[in-house]
Design a binder for this molecule. Structure first.
Ligand code: BTN
Length: 331
């Protein structure tokens, strides 16, 4: 688990203008020696920052890089009223933001953890989550619910819809679909995944970590050895995004939709889900802990369970599982 030092933060912010800065100037600005600057730059390059050292000239960022910053996140949140304090835990590098919040002591606030890099980013079913430095969003938030866990059925679908409305606020709507329960796809390629983990539960309360990974500024993801086709916001729009703005909007959307979900249940989200349902009408196979079922996906019920009609006409309501299209190749 690493945080940036004050000097590293200042260096990154100075280089953020994309210009070439020489070691002497940087040393004078940060009140350290040229050698100290060189050492810090080496650390940053090792972490994954796209810094080029130009002989006799200095250092410059080869691609834009806006660091995740509490000040910017708070500014982007504006005067949105959460009713409880938000605590940010920002890291240069961490094993997994979900793991951090699972182990974090219970608090009355909303705990949010984000990192520039995850060394052991986790996906559903124990899959690894590709988490290179600085390109994407690795976001986790910890929520306390005053209800029995059984009332939270449908929460993962609501989280997917919160991601969708966040993207919509940045103009990204076309061809975006949700694959039950929590994959966000663009043109059949995975853009975002969510991982919900239960931290504690009793009869009347539950603590849950909601993790979201969004591929943001990766120029191309086609070369990656990931088990399914993947894409990024940059590939969709050709634009570079400030992850701070996306994260702030995501926190607001999560809060809004979760509050609505707690009052009205998943039933309030069914029509929205049906508009963006990737699986509807498709022949799919769903793997679940005790086997697998193939059939035609027929939307979801008021608990967010996937309805799957098998060849014999029986309709199965599935509350969890790994769904794949019949034509999908998993390699
Ligand atoms: C999936 O699609 O399988 C879920 C991927 C979830 C990835 C996010 S990145 C932030 C948080 N920390 C993790 O280790 N995983 C989630």
């Amino acid at each position: 688990m690493k945080k940036f030092t004050e000097t590293q933060l200042k260096l990154i912010k100075t280089l953020a203008d994309g210009q070439c800065h020489n070691g002497n100037d940087l040393g004078a600005l940060l009140k350290v020696s040229r050698t100290a600057i060189w050492k810090q730059i080496t650390h940053l390059i090792e972490l994954g920052l796209p810094i080029q050292a130009l002989p006799q000239q200095g250092y410059r960022l080869t691609t834009p890089f806006l660091i995740l910053e509490e000040e910017t996140l708070r500014r982007e949140l504006g005067c949105y009223d959460f009713l409880k304090p938000i605590h940010f835990h920002l890291f240069a590098s961490i094993d997994s933001t979900n793991r951090f919040l699972k182990d974090y002591p219970r608090s009355p606030g909303l705990e949010v953890c984000c990192a520039e890099l995850q060394t052991q980013g986790r996906g559903r079913f124990g899959r690894p989550w590709h988490s290179p430095f600085g390109e994407n969003i690795y976001f986790s938030s910890r929520w306390h619910f005053d209800c029995d866990l059984s009332h939270l059925s449908g929460l993962s679908l609501v989280v997917s819809l919160a991601v969708l409305s966040t993207l919509a606020q940045f103009g990204i709507r076309e061809q975006i679909r949700v694959k039950w329960p929590n994959d966000i796809l663009w043109q059949d390629k995975k853009l975002c995944g969510t991982l919900i983990e239960i931290v504690a539960e009793s009869n009347s309360s539950a603590d849950v970590v909601i993790g979201v990974g969004i591929n943001v500024n990766a120029i191309s993801m086609t070369h990656l050895q990931i088990d399914r086709p993947t894409c990024s916001l940059y590939e969709i729009t050709g634009k570079y995004f400030d992850r701070n703005s996306l994260i702030a909007r995501l926190i607001i959307q999560l809060n809004e939709l979760i509050n609505e979900f707690m009052v009205q249940g998943f039933v309030a989200f069914m029509s929205k889900w049906h508009e963006v349902d990737y699986l509807k009408g498709q022949t799919i196979t769903v793997k679940h802990p005790t086997g697998s079922i193939t059939g035609i996906a027929n939307g979801v019920d008021e608990k967010g369970q996937l309805l799957l009609v098998d060849a014999g006409g029986t309709c199965h309501a599935l509350s969890s599982g790994d769904a794949s299209l019949q034509r999908e190749t998993v390699y």
